[in-house]
Write a protein that binds this ligand. Structure first.
Ligand code: NAD
Length: 431
């Protein structure tokens, strides 16, 4: 099948390559010419494990372009543009609206538009009305991929969700034929109305965010009473109704999805007059943001005036196996330390380029030195903060460097090994 993917960011570029991998001819459209150029050279414009290989392997079935006209012969069009946070906290729909408008001239009877971006409930119905005069049909197919596992999640998702409009049941067969290898492997596929499909995505992210903030709230209490939140998480996690996943206390969640999705959900619920139903997400957000100052509090408790100290910071990406720094707790901590007058020596295995660009904009670059290795970050530092749980940091041998204070913002280090090497260890919610 000939397929187009409009918006080639973290989601769309991987989706385009994934659709080529399962046998389709794919054209990816993006407004960013640099991204398109790199993708056409089979070069990933961001770090995602396995993505370079997927691009190279499927280069003959993949083409990227800035020209909408290049998608004219495609039958199925995936809409994967960004829906970032607007200043009010609501999702900014500018890119979805622009991309849909730009697509209209190329739609006709038989074309199917498949929305994948995360959108406020009610968007699909609005877009359906926009495209209806062309004779094309709309489906909503929210995406659940995780950065760091994007290739695997695209080719073997936990489930597929199809949102359709009443009377459009025949579209199920169209999307089933796009996803044929996944359907044949009996990937659970759930068909529902637009509003439910849109809500599934924000509900899933709200649940995950709540789980993380729940354990971080327990970390706050644990710090107060001298309890250990990791033991607490292990103990409650054995209950199969609770489960151990997403119960790692630390400096909280970030990235281009969870924070903006819960804020957008609250805004949309307010508009719909049901804000009370999700008011708790405001607490989830507040607990999460407090985690970013907790590291500074611990450092101040241990070292006193932060304007006199040099801090080694391991990690800048919002999570390991990604170079994504959008709403990254690690980068926030770097900037907050710089504002407190500390000098920061930061290292991340993949996010140095994006972090450098952001620091140049923030004007805090003078206080933050980006260095070339985890070891180099430690040179002349009074303390180490671990802010992203990269494998290389978890496996670092603390006995190979001179010991000082380590603040384990992700509770990811082996505490006993670090203590045995002479380090003073402070975790999050651990005595
Ligand atoms: P992104 O910012 O990385 O990518 C968006 C891309 O869209 C950019 O490359 C941008 O240049 C392009 N774009 C903007 N306007 C365009 C237009 N008019 N025509 C063509 N291209 C255009 O964002 P992302 O992380 O890929 O997220 C995209 C959507 O998917 C968002 O709604 C997000 O919430 C959702 N989502 C993301 C993930 C994830 O892990 N990143 C997971 C699930 C869902």
């Amino acid at each position: 099948m000939k397929i187009s993917v409009i918006g080639c960011g973290y989601l769309g570029a991987v989706h385009a390559a994934g659709m080529a991998e399962i046998g389709h001819d794919v054209v990816g459209i993006d407004v960013d010419p640099h991204k398109v150029e790199r993708l056409n050279r089979a070069e990933a414009p961001f770090f995602e494990p396995g993505f370079d290989e997927l691009l190279a392997k499927n280069a003959s079935r993949l083409h990227f372009s800035t020209e909408m006209a290049d998608l004219a012969s495609a039958q199925v069009h995936f809409l994967t543009v960004g829906t970032p946070q607007s200043p009010t906290g609501a999702a900014d729909m500018t890119y979805v609206n622009q991309a849909t408008e730009a697509l209209l001239p190329y739609l006709s009877e038989g074309s199917v538009v498949v929305g994948k971006s995360t959108v406020p409930v009610g968007t699909a119905e609005r877009l359906r009305a926009m495209i209806e005069p062309t004779g094309a049909k709309l489906m909503w197919n929210p995406e659940f991929l995780r950065e760091g596992f994007a290739v695997q999640d695209t080719l073997a998702p936990d489930r597929l969700v199809y949102g359709i409009s009443a009377g459009d049941e025949d579209l199920v067969e169209v999307l089933d034929s796009v996803y044929r290898p996944l359907i044949e492997r009996e990937t659970p596929r759930l068909v529902m109305d637009f509003a439910t499909a849109e809500l599934v995505k924000v509900a899933a992210n709200s649940f995950l965010a709540t789980k993380i903030s729940f354990i971080n709230a327990m970390a706050e209490i644990s710090d107060q009473v001298g309890a250990d939140v990791t033991m607490l998480a292990d103990a409650i996690g054995h209950d199969s109704r609770i489960g151990r996943k997403f119960l790692n206390a630390g400096i909280g969640f970030g990235g281009g999805c969870l924070p903006k999705d819960i804020r957008g959900f609250v805004q949309r619920a307010n508009e719909l007059g049901v804000g009370n139903a999700v008011a708790f997400l405001g607490d989830v957000d507040e607990i999460n943001m407090r985690r970013r100052t907790r590291v500074l509090d611990v450092l101040a408790e241990e070292l006193g005036d932060l304007s006199q100290v040099t801090v080694a910071l391991w990690g800048l990406a919002f999570k390991p196996d990604s170079d994504d720094i959008r709403d990254s707790p690690a980068l926030d901590i770097a900037e907050n330390l710089a504002r407190a007058g500390a000098h920061v020596r930061a290292y991340d295995p993949e996010a140095m380029g994006p972090a450098k660009a952001r620091l140049e904009q923030s004007g805090l670059g003078d206080h933050i030195t980006l260095v070339d290795s985890a070891q180099e970050a430690l040179d002349g530092s009074d303390a180490l903060v671990v802010a992203t749980e990269w494998k290389a940091f978890r496996e670092f041998d603390p006995a190979t460097v001179s010991a000082s204070l380590v603040v384990d913002g992700r509770n990811c280090l082996d505490r006993e090994t670090w203590k045995a090497a002479g380090w003073r260890y402070r975790g999050m919610g651990r005595k």
